[in-house]
Ligand binder design. Structure first.
Ligand SMILES: [Zn+2]
Length: 348
């Protein structure tokens, strides 16, 4: 059985449509009335959007129902699905904790409540029956004020029991006016010993070389090989890994055919840049991680050897995987070790 490490999955986009629809029906929300039948909801939820911004609005829908009270419900179902249907051995779950706090509170109260959200997500991620190694990545957000993003970095540094790194999300086209601020935040994160990734070079508008030196992994980054292949040598020297999430580019209108990714893989392999294949929003797309791999293979974007190289790269660049010298071909043994550890952790 092939085992997978997932490095780029948003909590907001991780809920598969049927789970979300059922939740709405149980809670009899407005959406339950709007979509009394499941197929219409699935069509609404998973259809392609024309821009990244439009696509990100769907996150808002899910964020609004992922509150302190409901997070354990969604996380349990996410982990169960990831273990049973995706063979995940490792999962980094990313989200902006501020966007799960109560909107009725003041900004400073919401900042305070973030610690509670991280604890809730951390506790809910310890599911005894499905022993995946899970850690959180906290996302700074391009539309949130500096103080909130700074608090997110500080919480990540304090919460290392549950948190393995920080990210910057919210659409990479919106960084331009505040680039200095984001550079400062990343410097701060690195000074606190945090691991870093960031949504960057996802869209043609989101290409900021100024941020690159601070990232250990690059969220998407596909426009480096597509538009700026001259940067690949530096990326390889820095041992940065690209988190490539194939289905996303079709759903956001960034690409219109998966085969356009061939140049991304070819140029990265040639330059010695690692790629981890990820889902981004497995629920929103209704495409699970093994199928992201399979789709690339069947469309001749990658071959089996490259597939395995990407699978190995994901474990190698995982922020919280217990790194050993063992290659992925021995992962089954490693998982067994890790599983017993995870069970110990979970049963505490
Ligand atoms: Zn993402």
């Amino acid at each position: 059985m092939a085992l997978y490490a997932e490095l780029h999955r948003h909590l907001g986009g991780s809920v598969v449509p049927r789970i979300l629809w059922r939740y709405f029906q149980r809670q009899t929300t407005d959406l339950a009335h709007r979509f009394p039948e499941y197929p219409e909801f699935e069509e609404f939820y998973t259809r392609s959007r024309s821009t990244l911004d439009e696509y990100l609005e769907l996150h808002t829908l899910v964020e609004s129902v992922q509150t302190a009270q409901t997070l354990p419900y969604f996380i349990y179902r996410l982990i169960r699905g990831a273990y049973i249907f995706e063979n995940l051995a490792y999962l980094e779950l990313r989200y902006t904790p501020y966007l799960r706090t109560s909107e009725q509170l003041s900004q400073s109260e919401r900042i305070e409540q973030m610690a509670e959200i991280i604890e809730i997500v951390g506790q809910a991620s310890r599911v005894k029956d499905y022993p995946i190694v899970i850690s959180q990545i906290l996302c700074m957000h391009s539309r949130l004020p500096y103080e909130v993003n700074k608090a997110i970095v500080e919480l990540a540094a304090q919460g290392k029991e549950y948190v393995c790194g920080v990210d910057l999300a919210g659409g990479d086209a919106h960084y331009a006016e505040r680039l200095d601020e984001f550079v400062r935040l990343y410097k701060y994160a690195r000074s606190l010993g945090l691991k870093t990734t960031g949504h960057l070079y996802e869209t043609t508008e989101g290409c900021y070389p100024e941020l690159l030196p601070y990232l250990m992994r690059i969220g998407h980054g596909i426009h480096i090989p597509i538009k700026y292949p001259e940067l690949l040598k530096e990326v390889a020297d820095q041992q940065q890994c690209l988190e490539v999430c194939p289905t996303t580019y079709l759903k956001t209108g960034t690409l219109n055919d998966l085969r356009q990714l061939k140049v991304v893989f070819d140029r990265c392999f040639d330059a010695g840049v690692d790629i981890a294949i990820c889902t981004d929003n497995a629920g929103l797309h209704n495409v699970r991680l093994p199928f992201e791999y399979e789709n690339l293979l069947t469309q001749d974007v990658i071959d089996f050897e490259q597939l395995q190289a990407c699978q190995d790269a994901a474990f190698r660049h995982a922020f919280a995987w217990p790194h050993t010298q063992r290659p992925a071909s021995l992962l089954t043994g490693l998982l067994q070790d890790k599983t017993s550890e995870a069970v110990v952790v979970n049963s505490r």
